[in-house]
Design a protein around this ligand. Structure first.
Ligand code: P6P
Length: 281
């Protein structure tokens, strides 16, 4: 696991350099989710695959930017799914973006998840790695220095409601509005990594990307985004559900499957469960 942690660190340093130096033009290609790829998306995908291919314990990788998984070492035991540069379209307005990694043992799948990690590229470069606990690291002088363990409060103050509001179910809008009526602050940039990083570091709250009329299975990808953050939130004493079920109990069929997702402190997640259960009665 330590060699994977170091490979992710090496990738992050190279990605930071690519963000700072590479042009951010669009390629002529689309990823499996039908999103036009930035040249930078492709570059970051290559960087991560190169760094992970040096580790013989990595059997297979799956990237959000590739249709199919790639076998690296038949004798390896880890299966790593990653989103090389989540929210990359925010770079041209100079907002924070991130890379997300899910580390699975034996095969891809929530029940096989053994660790997860994200790197946030903002005013500073920070990494959060969850194995037994959720730990924050800061890039300083070319090294990632351990900063602290992250623990969410039972109840937070931030509300990050994703998705197009006109496509929300009425009961989802009522739930979101009820938090604002309690004095929660709106914190939503459209970048999953910085939006969740803020909730983790500011003590808690709720990030939601629900089922909507235009995306009934949600938008965010299980293997690359949803399961890694679910693991991170649970190791930080928070919770992560699909509105009813624990996200890390979900199955997947295709490596690009999506799921509605709610990440947060215990109080907020209980409110989601109650609100959705009442609506479905
Ligand atoms: P919306 C970025 O494109 C992304 O995949 C996540 O980083 C982010 O949370 C979400 O989509 C934003 O989606 O529909 O709210 O703009």
């Amino acid at each position: 696991m330590d060699s994977i942690f170091k490979a992710i660190q090496a990738s992050a340093i190279r990605i930071k350099d690519a963000i700072d130096t590479k042009d951010i033009g669009y390629s002529q290609k689309e990823n499996s989710s039908g999103e036009t790829q930035l040249e930078l998306d492709i570059k970051c995908d290559m960087i991560i695959e190169e760094e992970l291919s040096k580790i013989y314990s990595v059997h297979t990788v799956a990237s959000e930017e590739k249709e199919h998984e790639v076998v690296l070492h038949e004798g390896g035991k880890y299966f790593i799914a990653y989103d090389p540069l989540d929210g990359s379209s925010l770079i041209d307005v100079n907002l924070s973006v991130g890379s997300i990694f899910g580390i699975y043992e034996g095969a891809f799948g929530a029940k096989n998840m053994v660790a997860s990690c994200y790197v946030v590229f903002g005013p500073r470069v920070e990494m959060v790695f969850a194995h037994n606990k959720t730990k924050l690291h800061l890039l300083q002088n070319g090294d990632f220095e351990f900063v602290k363990e992250i623990r969410l409060n039972e109840k937070g103050k931030l509300n990050a409601p994703g998705g197009t509001q006109q496509n929300w179910e009425p009961y989802h809008k009522e739930l979101v509005d009820s938090f604002f009526a309690e004095g929660y602050r709106l914190r939503y940039s459209g970048g999953m990594v910085p939006d969740l990083h803020q909730i983790l570091l500011k003590g808690g709250g709720l990030f939601s990307y629900p089922a909507t009329s235009d995306k009934p299975e949600g938008k965010l990808r299980k293997l690359f985004e949803v399961f890694p953050f679910a693991f991170i939130f649970e190791k930080a004493y928070g919770e992560a559900i699909d509105s009813k079920n624990r996200l890390l109990d979900l199955e997947h069929k295709n490596i690009h499957d999506t799921s509605p997702c709610f990440f947060g402190s215990k109080y907020e997640i209980n409110r989601v469960k109650e609100s959705y259960a009442a609506a479905k009665r």
